[in-house]
Design a protein around this ligand. Structure first.
Ligand code: ATP
Ligand code: MG
Length: 416
């Protein structure tokens, strides 16, 4: 993609009303625009990042046999009344000119469960797993920290339907493993944390927390084993001995919850009369699970963890492009030829072909935008017929031919 054709507008000034690093850098890099408290527009660069994150999520969801669908955001009141959630505080309500009232979806058990109730007949129809990636609305009184807590945000929500608790339990841990893969591919180190069941279940749920001082949650974890609990449910405190391994000490950290998995049980299948006939022909309630990831929050968390003074440092699978090619004076022709080479070989490259930007502006923008690989063509590189290629997080540049540069980029990617 040519810089001169793609809509990119990096900003010279920091935003006045944003304190979090993710909001500040995403604004400066031209990824997002604040429209109101907790409400953001994703500009073309930002949408690319979101799409890359969603691609990783889709690949891992499809790999565990889940089917993607798309549910509406505008949900008639009767659906919320059926489960007793019409009056929950986070629900945005709306009405149309005919007087029909709606709630804007903050989660989608209410819509999906009746759809399944009309389609599941017997134990042979189970299990099922369905997910969507969709805009959610929540009246969050504390919308802040940029993309971390929005009133409108993107969620991947997966719902699973099982004949019994044993099968739910099996799938619950399959999803947990898929989540670990997703966050690892996105460069987000997560701790799996036991948390309260909310209004769904008395058992623990599990949160996928990125431990960082800027998180809103407080996590107690063992430095020696995988024991971790959210402070809201914790029976331990900092400095205690670990109740699991008996060896480590409990430490405390803030965390950003990027994912959450729940055993729902039969609460929603009861409300929608979602039943199946077992092998003896007897009607049984379907047992459900629900599993969320916040792709937009994950995007914010990635920036919180990966930036320096000059800009963002995108992990490879979240970067808006695979490499950032910069033409400096004297290197224009070489850069044009290299761009053609990369494009012909299927690479998705951002090519800074601006004639009216100074070398300093181009390199500063490359740092700010933060794509993992930077390739420079200049008078010097044109002379030797090689390109200068450098990783965003390294000081050392190498001189490589276009074909060698392509190999370097290709081998650094999980996909391809
Ligand atoms: P939190 O505890 O942070 O309020 P939650 O437990 O209510 O979140 P879920 O209902 O489990 O969140 O939603 C699934 C995922 O959606 C969360 O793990 C998080 O990544 C994301 N998410 C939830 N609320 C928001 C929000 N207001 N803005 C951005 N992402 C969100
Ligand atoms: Mg939570």
């Amino acid at each position: 993609m040519r810089f001169t054709q793609f809509f990119i507008r990096t900003q010279k000034e920091w935003p006045r009303d944003e304190e979090s690093a993710n909001a500040r850098f995403l604004h400066r890099g031209g990824f997002i625009e604040k429209i109101g408290a907790g409400v953001y527009a994703f500009l073309p660069l930002g949408l690319r990042v979101l799409d890359r994150i969603n691609r990783v999520i889709r690949e891992e969801m499809n790999a565990i046999g889940a089917s993607e669908l798309l549910l509406p955001a505008l949900i008639p009141k009767k659906y919320w009344e059926a489960t007793g959630r019409w009056n929950v505080p986070v629900l945005y309500k709306s009405a149309d000119s005919s007087g029909q009232e709606y709630g804007l979806g903050f989660t989608h058990e209410e819509v999906l469960t009746p759809i399944l109730a009309r389609r599941i007949q017997s134990f042979r129809d189970l299990p099922q797993a369905l997910y969507q990636i969709q805009t959610k609305f929540r009246d969050e009184p504390r919308a802040r920290f940029g993309l971390i807590r929005g009133k409108e945000f993107v969620m991947k929500d997966l719902y699973s339907f099982h004949a019994d608790i044993k099968d739910l339990e099996r799938f619950y841990w399959v999803v947990s493993d898929a989540y670990k893969k997703i966050f690892s591919r996105l460069g987000l180190p997560v701790t799996v944390v036991e948390a309260a069941g909310g209004d769904f279940t008395k058992e623990f749920t599990h949160e996928f927390q990125v431990l960082t001082p800027v998180g809103e949650d407080t996590i107690f974890y063992c430095a020696k084993c995988d024991f971790a609990q959210n402070k809201e449910v914790a029976k331990v405190s900092s400095g205690d001995g670990c109740p699991k391994c008996q060896k480590g000490k409990i430490e405390e950290s803030n965390g950003i919850e990027v994912g959450n998995i729940f055993r729902l049980g039969t609460k929603f299948s009861e409300a929608a009369n979602l039943v199946y006939k077992d092998s003896s022909g007897k009607e049984q309630l379907v047992v459900m699970g629900s599993y969320g990831i916040g792709p937009s929050r994950a995007m914010g968390a990635i920036v919180e963890l990966n930036h320096d003074d000059a800009g963002i440092r995108w992990p490879k699978e979240a970067a808006p492009f695979e490499a950032h090619l910069v033409a400096l004076p004297g290197g224009e022709e070489q850069a044009d030829a290299a761009y053609e080479h990369f494009t012909e070989h299927g690479f998705d490259i951002l090519y800074d072909d601006r004639a009216d930007a100074t070398p300093g502006e181009k390199l500063a923008d490359a740092d700010l935008i933060g794509i993992g690989w930077r390739i420079v063509a200049s008078a010097k590189t044109a002379l030797c017929g090689r390109l200068e290629i450098k990783a965003r997080d390294s000081r050392d540049a190498e001189l490589l031919t276009p074909a060698e540069s392509a190999d370097r980029i290709r081998t650094s990617f999980h996909v391809r």
